[in-house]
Design a protein around this ligand. Structure first.
Ligand code: GAP
Length: 508
């Protein structure tokens, strides 16, 4: 277990590396940034693309039962009425009238401060990995401030959705520390609204999609009618989603514009949905491990029956141990036939599949694995990041920062380094190798600075291999290069054919 201080240091180090090396920037930074929006820089865009490509290859191209689609971000507004988002895609919002701050009620915690069985006031704190400790400390200082004698009881935190009408005026705002300014929670719809066309009236209102999933449901009939798909089969999509989150936080973990990779797996209504749900749960965990996330950081959270979305028969989240705590990475939901039934009802178009065996039309049920690309990105970065002591060529101990990214995900697969910049024979051979490699792989050519420095630069970018073109390459028979491995830092000689073999094996 890492301490809260270590965790926040790790998060700071990740944010700083992400900026310094061009993985992630704050959106519109020169204007002060826009909360909940991010840009991906040159290394980040490659890493993100590799996450998407790996998923697409494994989920769609390497399977016979899943097809891909890409649907529009703005859909007919009726879609969101049918799906239930217009009425119910809300979070409980609390305003602080004094500071104008807004909070999600379920992330704002409070507790009565009880001394010798008597409540002397209330304390509040925003959810974090040590909320209870924060509340206890605040309770202790309130007791001292009020100079009350007696035994302080341990705090019993509740979230603001549980506050009674009588308690709300007594709970201090986290912004001002004073009671009396927090409003009762109200429902806040998280969909971004826009207008389609020249008119800005009620008839032109549309929404930026808050999930990609509805695209698959709305195109279900199109896919069935134009492809030779047979139940069970899946429709997958990768694309941007938008949610006007009340409190975007933890860097790219919870943002307002993010990318989802979702797959709707349609099964016969009589199929064993629980077994299918278990299969997808396993598939998703195996996939996360295959891209390098350590098993020790993964866990499962079964949604309790009373907290399930009303259409869900079962939802299990794959959780990841982020530096700021264990949080949801991937949700796997058994959505029954809710969505297709709703679209059938709202559109008047049957959303059915012809069951040849029974000679009857059925509305399939759905198992849905839904994950955010940005959440995988952050998990991958956190798991790959390490700072370690190493010895330089002279035996001096120095620190290196390394990203131990899986070769499938690494933004650059190989860096080609001529030992010297001004030796034509070395640079010529290096450029020939670089040109050949880059036809198939993302590679870099780097001839700037001492070789040790160049290795460190690549370590920080997560490049799994460096090849150095040195004097042995040009003077000795065999045309071999020095291959330097990122993780072990070991070096060995390798031929061009062996290098391509290595890449073929690890970059797939
Ligand atoms: N179609 C179902 C659906 O959208 P969800 O649990 O709301 O379910 C699925 O979202 C996944 O999308 C989450 O598990 C998470 O990985 C990602 N996600 C959701 N909200 C996000 C946000 N504000 N920022 C980044 N990723 C988010």
């Amino acid at each position: 277990m890492s301490s809260p201080a270590e965790s926040s240091n790790l998060m700071e180090a990740l944010v700083s590396l992400a900026k310094r090396r061009g993985f992630i920037y704050q959106s519109s930074e020169i204007y002060g940034g826009l909360n909940g929006f991010f840009d991906y820089g040159p290394l980040g865009v490659e890493l993100k693309r590799n996450i998407r490509d790996c998923w697409w290859r494994d989920m769609v191209q390497r399977r016979d039962d899943i097809v891909g689609i890409e649907t529009s971000i703005i859909m007919h507004p009726k879609v969101w009425e049918a799906s239930g988002h217009v009425a119910g895609f809300t979070d409980p919002l609390v305003d602080c009238k004094a500071s104008k701050q807004r909070y999600r009620a379920d992330q704002l915690f409070f507790a009565p401060v009880v001394v010798d069985g008597k409540t002397i006031g209330y304390v509040s704190a925003l959810e974090n990995e040590k909320t209870t400790e924060d509340l206890q400390t605040a309770a202790d200082s309130l007791k001292r401030k009020k100079a009350v004698q007696g035994a302080l009881e341990p705090v019993k935190p509740r979230d603001f959705t549980e506050a009674t009408e009588a308690e709300i005026p007594l709970i201090p705002s986290p912004a001002t520390g004073e009671p009396g300014s927090l409003t009762a929670p109200r429902s806040f719809n998280m969909m971004f609204q826009t207008n389609v066309g020249a008119m800005s009236d009620a008839s032109s209102v549309a929404y930026l999609r808050p999930e990609t999933a509805q695209g698959m449901f709305v195109d279900f009939k199109n896919v069935v009618d134009t492809n030779r798909v047979k139940l069970p089969f899946g429709i997958a999509q990768i694309g941007k989603s938008f949610r006007n989150e009340i409190t975007p936080r933890n860097f790219i973990f919870r943002s307002r514009e993010f990318e989802q990779m979702e797959m709707e797996y349609f099964i016969h209504p009589d199929a064993d949905w629980l077994a299918c749900h278990e299969e997808w749960l396993k598939w998703c965990q195996d996939w996360l491990k295959s891209i390098g996330l350590p098993e020790s950081h993964l866990s499962l959270h079964e949604h309790p029956k009373e907290k399930l979305a009303f259409y869900s028969r079962r939802t299990v989240d794959i959780m990841f141990k982020y530096p700021f705590g264990v949080q949801e990475l991937w949700g796997i939901a058994a959505r029954s036939d809710y969505d297709l039934q709703q679209h059938q009802k709202f559109s008047g178009v049957p959303q059915t599949y012809f069951d040849e065996a029974a000679k009857a039309r059925v509305v399939p049920h759905v198992i849905e694995p839904a994950v955010g690309v940005d959440r995988i990105f952050l998990a991958v970065l956190a798991a790959a990041y390490a700072v370690e002591d190493v010895k330089d060529e002279k035996g001096n101990v120095e620190q290196r920062t390394v990203l131990r990214l899986s070769p499938r995900l690494a933004p650059c697969k190989v860096a080609v380094l001529p030992l010297l910049k001004n030796k034509e024979q070395l640079t010529g051979r290096a450029k020939a190798l670089y040109t050949k490699l880059r036809k198939r792989y993302a590679v870099q050519y780097d001839d700037g600075g001492a070789i040790g420095k160049r290795y460190r630069r690549q370590d920080e970018a997560g490049t799994p291999w460096c090849v150095t073109i040195d004097f042995d390459t040009i003077e000795k028979p065999g045309d071999t290069f020095t291959l330097r491995e990122r993780d072990s830092m070991q070096q060995r000689r390798i031929t061009e054919a062996e290098l391509f073999q290595l890449l073929e094996e690890y970059v797939y």
